[in-house]
Design a protein around this ligand. Structure first.
Ligand SMILES: C[S@@+](CC[C@H](N)C(=O)[O-])C[C@H]1O[C@@H](n2cnc3c(N)ncnc32)[C@H](O)[C@@H]1O
Length: 553
């Protein structure tokens, strides 16, 4: 039986090369909620997040206590039986017990724990995420039936590298063992089929740092096809998946989401799509468009007039004077260097990063010369450098680099002003401003003269007002897209309340309020330009100097 789709969407006709698809039953505007998907087949925390995530409502206890908010649980307690699943309340524990944990998952987790204690002492006592996902399906026959309807490309998965097929078999056998089922060829066959289907139809949920924090499969959501220039995106709120329009969608039009990071170069995108077994024929792939070209085609650029990049001419025509002078297209430059700097630097030892960043910065020389800052791997180098300096304690450098990414990269990469990366980078800049607003100007040091200049510049600006205005923009777009339950919205709202309640901010509060209500008013526009935008642009302007000083020209 095909899955039942929520109202707002319906199954469209299947085609030979794309299979089934989902179409809109009415028209939607950019940011609109299209549909909400409930009753997932699987919704679990990533194994690495188990100890701080409620296994039922999936709320995460922040690592950093300063990120606590009304939306995050203050404590997470382990199930006393398996010691693996954790819950934020007895209500969640009971609900999860009835749904899945009491149906065999708890027993399976206990067996896994015992096995590790006796056979593999010292290794992590939880099972890998895909194995836990498979267990959830195996112990709920109604979900096994729903998963059976999905596309799994089983034969093609078998033809992939030996390691992939070996892992699939291992996961299938391991899960059967832990749920206490015989490893008959019939059972193994069924389990392998489920693993393949989960690989093709599952989503990674991400936390506010964009780390993979959960694994999610929903039979109805699994009917949506992919495009690297999608018209919709999925947000996760607890156990619900919410589908939003990223651009206007007509009644009867196919809904397409992106399964992957669509701003990556084409070769990387193709590699990431290997597990889905199709060749993407979207315009970005077909013509190898760069992010600037895709941005120019976004039909609602005017929405950016209420954003940190309100210069619509620049979005429509980012390189007015120099397109012909280029030796080769941006994307070709990027494709040539990307393979030698595509490994993510997050989590890599800081000493390695201190060598790797200058190497990558140098490799990006052609893109820098062309000022194609929004094209990867160059944007990635800026973002990774920002994290690097933050870890070194140089908050001024980190702030300037994130401001640069926000103003010179994010909008071209994601032209919709409600895009999650944009809102998240805005929030990071706001947080950094709240620290630098309180911190004294650092004394000059051998490498710190530039940081001192940045700090001095900031000390002369109204940092709180800049941050407060950005928080209002974040909240505006979260409300517009009905994302008030998202963690980012909750954090932004908490921080805003804190700032608005500070003594002596009545006048600023009124000015910001007036701007949000009427951004195109003459006085309001002037306030935004001089108090918020120009200081941010100057701050971002330090970024190139930082990179050249630290990593060489
Ligand atoms: C999550 S499912 C989407 C629903 C699928 N069409 C079905 O009938 O079950 C993913 C699979 O759909 C197909 N698919 C998704 N997007 C596609 C695209 N842009 N071009 C061709 N096939 C696509 C691929 O077979 C892929 O493995």
């Amino acid at each position: 039986m095909p899955p039942t789709l929520p109202s707002g969407v319906t199954l469209g006709p299947a085609s030979a090369n794309r299979g089934r698809c989902v179409i809109a039953t009415q028209a939607y505007g950019p940011g609109d909620t299209i549909a909400t998907f409930e009753d997932p087949c699987v919704a679990i925390p990533e194994s690495s997040h188990l100890d701080r995530t409620c296994s039922h409502c999936l709320k995460v206890k922040p690592v950093n206590s300063s990120m606590n908010s009304s939306a995050t649980p203050s404590s997470i307690r382990a199930c006393t039986k398996c010691q693996t699943a954790r819950y934020c309340s007895t209500v969640c524990q009971k609900a999860n017990w009835d749904l899945v944990h009491g149906k065999g998952e708890c027993k399976a987790m206990r067996r896994a724990r015992q096995f590790t204690a006796t056979m593999r002492a010292g290794s992590p006592d939880y099972l890998p995420t895909p194995v836990r996902a498979l267990i959830q399906v195996l112990v709920r026959p109604e979900m096994a039936a729903a998963v059976a309807e999905m596309e799994g490309h089983r034969e093609k998965q078998r033809e992939r590298e030996h390691k992939v097929w070996f892992d699939i078999q291992l996961q299938a056998r391991g899960s059967l063992h832990y749920v206490g089922r015989e490893d008959s060829s019939e059972n193994i066959d069924e389990a392998i089929g489920i693993v393949c289907k989960l690989m093709v139809n599952s989503f990674s949920m991400r936390d506010t740092d964009f780390d993979e924090s959960g694994f999610y499969t929903n039979a109805a959501l699994a009917m949506i096809n992919h495009s690297c220039v999608s018209n919709a995106y999925v947000d996760f709120v607890g156990r619900k998946a919410v589908l939003h329009a990223s651009r206007a969608i007509k009644e009867g039009e196919e809904i397409e989401i992106s399964y992957i990071e669509d701003t990556n170069p084409r070769a990387q995108r193709q590699k990431a799509l290997t597990q889905y077994h199709f060749t993407c024929a979207c315009p970005r792939c077909k013509d190898n468009l760069d992010v600037y070209q895709v941005c120019q085609r976004y039909p609602h650029l005017e929405m950016n007039s209420f954003s940190l990049t309100p210069d619509l001419d620049k979005l429509r025509n980012p390189f007015p004077y120099r397109p012909q002078a280029l030796s080769k297209p941006f994307q070709q430059m990027a494709d040539e260097i990307d393979p030698s700097c595509s490994e993510p630097l997050v989590g890599v030892d800081i000493a390695v990063r201190s060598k790797e960043l200058p190497r990558r910065w140098k490799l990006c020389a052609q893109l820098r010369k062309a000022e194609a800052y929004a094209v990867d791997p160059l944007t990635r180098v800026f973002s990774e450098a920002s994290v690097y300096f933050l870890q070194l304690g140089n908050i001024q450098y980190s702030l300037a680099l994130t401001a640069f990414v926000l103003l010179h990269c994010d909008t071209f990469r994601e032209p919709e002003p409600f895009a999650s990366h944009r809102l998240k980078d805005m929030f990071m800049v706001t947080k950094a401003l709240s620290y630098t607003a309180q911190a004294p100007v650092p004394p000059p040091s051998r490498n710190g003269a530039l940081a001192t200049r940045i700090a001095k510049f900031l000390s002369e600006k109204k940092q709180i007002t800049i941050g407060q205005t950005m928080l209002r923009i974040i909240l505006h777009y979260s409300v517009m897209t009905h994302s008030e339950q998202s963690l980012l919205y909750q954090h932004a709202r908490d921080l805003l309340t804190e700032v608005e309640d500070l003594p002596g901010r009545k006048d600023e509060n009124a000015l910001i309020d007036a701007f949000v209500k009427n951004p195109s008013g003459q006085g309001e526009e002037c306030f935004f330009k001089t108090v918020v935008l120009e200081p941010l642009q100057t701050l971002a302007g330090f970024a190139l100097e930082i990179m050249n000083t630290e990593f060489g020209k």
